[in-house]
Design a binder for this molecule. Structure first.
Ligand code: CDP
Ligand code: CDP
Length: 225
């Protein structure tokens, strides 16, 4: 079974996808982490974020590997665990530029399809239901207001003891900017697939979103049997 979860930044995709994967023993694949790894590679090689040929060569040199980790998924670049480094504000601020490069997308989509090939998966991103797994059994489009997404991001940092260098307003502005870039790029923009089920989590708890997704998967399984 293939489950696709798409939606804008910080809508809760990875949080709920990890829980659903754990409950059903599916493999969880965080495709955003792959574009973040590409951005880190560009930075480490001193390349401009627009230098498609240079970045593609550097990706081939370093290699991006996804492995199951304690917290869902581990990302290795050149053999090193970079799971935390890919979440810094610097990488977050530049990932939309790198992820808009068509050659980078083609390479990552190939890898994502390979990873999804032979196992039950739940994959989250922006273009999973539209491009990566167009025949996914269940497609979810998870949204929430930009304000509540910014507030959740702030709360998340507070709970993890990470010092917030931005106000909620600044986080909201950054989220809105990234959503705009991700929705307006030429190749595979963030878009709801025609057959995706939209869930607005603005006023829902994590458990309520998880239950809604589990119900959609159960419905699909019943139809298949
Ligand atoms: O977790 P957060 O919402 O901050 O973002 P993410 O899922 O880690 O994705 C980071 C960035 O990667 C997005 O803003 C997109 O630019 C890009 N991305 C993409 O283009 N396609 C995907 N399938 C997943 C992520
Ligand atoms: O993967 P994505 O960028 O879509 O979001 P995330 O990294 O899962 O972050 C979402 C944040 O919102 C986490 O701190 C969750 O605890 C929180 N949250 C949620 O995911 N869903 C809710 N219904 C309420 C809060």
């Amino acid at each position: 079974m293939q489950v696709a979860i798409d939606g804008p930044a910080s809508a809760g995709k990875s949080t709920v996808a990890k829980i659903v994967a754990g409950k059903l023993s599916f493999v969880y694949i965080d495709t955003g982490a792959m574009y973040r790894a590409c951005t880190l590679i560009a930075r480490n090689h001193g390349l401009a974020y627009s230098d498609e040929a240079g970045i593609l060569k550097a990706i081939d040199q370093d290699g991006i590997v996804l492995e199951p980790g304690e917290n869902g998924q581990k990302v290795l670049v050149a053999g090193e665990d970079v799971s935390l480094e890919i979440r810094t504000p610097e990488i977050t601020a530049n990932v939309s530029e790198v992820s808009a490069l068509p050659g980078v997308r083609a390479k990552m989509v190939e890898l994502q399809r390979e990873l999804a090939g032979s196992t039950d998966v739940i994959m989250d991103g922006r273009d999973i239901g539209t491009t990566v797994l167009p025949n996914a059994d269940v497609k979810i489009f998870l949204v929430a207001s930009a304000r509540s997404r910014a507030e959740r991001r702030m709360l998340d940092w507070q709970q993890k003891g990470i010092e917030a260098k931005q106000t909620v307003e600044e986080i909201e502005a950054d989220i809105a900017k990234r959503d705009y870039l991700d929705s307006h790029r030429e190749v595979s923009p963030l878009q709801k697939a025609d057959d995706a089920i939209e869930i607005d989590s603005t006023n829902l708890t994590i458990d309520q979103v998880v239950d809604a997704i589990l119900a959609e998967i159960a419905k699909k399984r019943n139809n298949l049997n």
